[in-house]
Design a protein around this ligand. Structure first.
Ligand code: NAD
Length: 485
């Protein structure tokens, strides 16, 4: 296997895992086995937490302007190793190489934001009464954990690594048990950038080690990104242990399309949003709600979607189970009376017969009670629902339990504002199919797409990764008798 036996990364070096339990990591592109990933136990976690705890006093006392120097070097190393890291991301996740390059470029942007943290976390100071000064400072939490999903093997870990660590915390990273290889490379780059041993540690594994993370008394905060089902488990378990927790879950993003939307631009946006990363993005367009007469736009969407070819500009979905699940959704919608305008079932790529590809799929005349309309599919599938009014469309969007993203396509500013004000989602696009807020704006959904307070990136993440100290000072008692003077 190309990457052989993976190891944990503890206290600056790679270590064997004690359990003996392993999982084989295979490439979704062609089914080639890539690596054997060890499943850590609570004992393996203990070793990593000890290393992180030992590193914390030194790292947290290092001035932030010095800490971010590591991330200036890390950013340079990400640029230098962009091609190599992108190839690993593509191999283990199945996305196209250009999507993987875009992912690593996003890691660079996330790191760039972290290097600006000294400018953003200056505390406040005010003379609150005569001779009395109050000031605030952001203090790191200690050992923190980050648990990540399969769909962005490099980007989602970098939602947390640069910010949490630059802010003075020491981290335990739990990679996805489907795509752990990119993080091994990231650990090497962080070390080369000069990050002290023990500040960043990797503990590979599955639910056993996630549970151990939630239960560990020396881990102060847990961030999680993954499905809503597991987000709920992690949020409940970590907060029951009185930890700070931010758990991002799944999504079902609705795109509302009005008849006045620009057909070409709307179709290109929708096709790109539903098919990018094979639809395995929490920001992917999953349901389009056409308001009134939008047949001309639906026709353009089909034209655009037919240009998306598995194995060329469309990557594979993560595994066989996922391919079968996505195809079963399409079949169920067909049986329930929806019409399949573009059918991606049974896609095959010549020479990659063991790859797990699903072609792009457009399903029209979907009704709100169908599974394809309600559930996260996580594949290159767009379901089109039809309504007569904007309020009916918003009612469909609002009824969905998720709330990551929503978008509206129109040339009417008043209608766009109407949707922005009423859609129940954390991130809204106006003529934008993937409305990811770029740095310094923060990333985070609402409802069942996120549990916990604040967002995971950008300025909002400062509140999650630090605690606020308030100090009140009076040096000259002669200036007044009591502190309220
Ligand atoms: P997942 O929930 O299956 O796994 C996420 C992490 O949890 C992995 O590290 C996994 O090892 C661990 N895990 C899995 N089952 C567990 C269990 N029973 N107990 C404890 N830990 C467990 O998610 P996934 O399939 O890797 O990723 C896809 C999901 O992530 C989608 O639902 C997608 O929408 C979501 N996602 C959300 C965002 C967001 O920002 N909201 C971003 C990326 C992905």
């Amino acid at each position: 296997m190309k990457y052989g036996q993976l190891k944990n990364f503890v206290n600056g070096s790679f270590r064997d895992v004690t359990s003996g339990r392993t999982l084989i990591i295979t490439s979704p592109i062609d089914g080639t086995p890539l690596a054997e990933m060890p499943c850590s136990t609570a004992a393996d976690l203990e070793e990593a937490v000890k290393a992180a705890k030992a590193a914390f006093p030194g790292w947290s006392k290092t001035p932030i302007k010095e800490r971010v120097q590591v991330f200036f070097r890390y950013k340079y190393l990400l640029e230098k190793h962009l091609q190599e890291l992108s190839e690993i991301v593509s191999e283990e996740n199945g996305k196209t190489l250009s999507e993987a390059v875009a992912e690593v470029e996003k890691c660079i942007e996330l790191t760039e934001f972290a290097t600006s943290l000294p400018q953003l976390i200056t505390g406040e100071v005010l003379e609150v009464s005569k001779g009395v000064e109050c000031r605030t400072s952001h203090v790191p939490l200690g050992v923190v954990a980050s648990i990540v999903p399969f769909n962005f093997p490099a980007m989602v870990p970098n939602w947390t690594i640069p910010n949490a660590i630059a802010l003075g915390n020491c981290m335990i990273m739990k990679p996805s048990d489907k795509v752990p290889i990119s993080l091994t490379k990231i650990a090497v780059l962080l070390k080369e950038a000069g990050l002290p041993d023990g500040v960043f540690n990797i503990v590979n594994g599955d639910s056993e080690v996630v549970n151990a993370i939630c239960d560990h008394p020396d881990i102060e905060a847990v961030s999680f990104v993954g499905s809503t089902k597991v987000a709920k488990i992690v949020y409940q378990r970590a907060t029951q242990q009185l930890k700070r927790c931010l758990a991002l879950g799944g999504a079902k993003n609705h795109l509302l399309v009005l008849p006045d939307a620009k057909p070409d631009m709307t179709a290109q946006n929708i096709a790109a949003s539903m098919s990018g990363c094979a639809g395995q993005r929490c920001m992917a367009a999953s349901a389009m709600v056409g308001i009134g007469q939008v047949d001309h736009i639906v026709a353009k969407i089909c034209e655009e979607v037919k240009k998306i070819i598995p194995g060329e500009n469309l990557g594979a979905v993560i595994n066989r189970e996922s391919k079968e699940r996505i195809e079963a959704y399409i079949t169920a919608a067909e049986k329930q009376g929806a019409s399949i305008l573009v059918d991606g079932r049974g896609a095959k790529v010549a020479g990659k017969e063991n790859g797990t590809y699903v072609g792009p799929t457009v399903i029209d005349y979907v009704t709100p009670e169908m599974d394809v309309a309600r559930e996260e599919i996580f594949g290159p599938v767009i379901s089109i629902l039809r309504t007569n009014t904007i309020d009916e469309a918003l009612a469909i969007e609002n009824a969905n339990p998720y709330g990551n993203a929503a978008a509206v396509f129109t040339q009417n500013g008043g209608m766009a504002r109407y949707v922005v004000d009423r859609a129940s989602a954390g991130m809204i696009g106006i003529n934008v199919g993937v409305p990811v807020p770029r740095e310094p704006f923060s990333f985070g959904g609402w409802n069942e797409s996120k549990f916990g307070v604040g967002d995971i990136t950008g300025k909002s993440s400062i509140e999650f990764w630090t605690k606020l100290k308030k100090s009140t000072t009076k040096w000259n008692p002669e200036e007044g008798i009591n502190w309220m003077s």
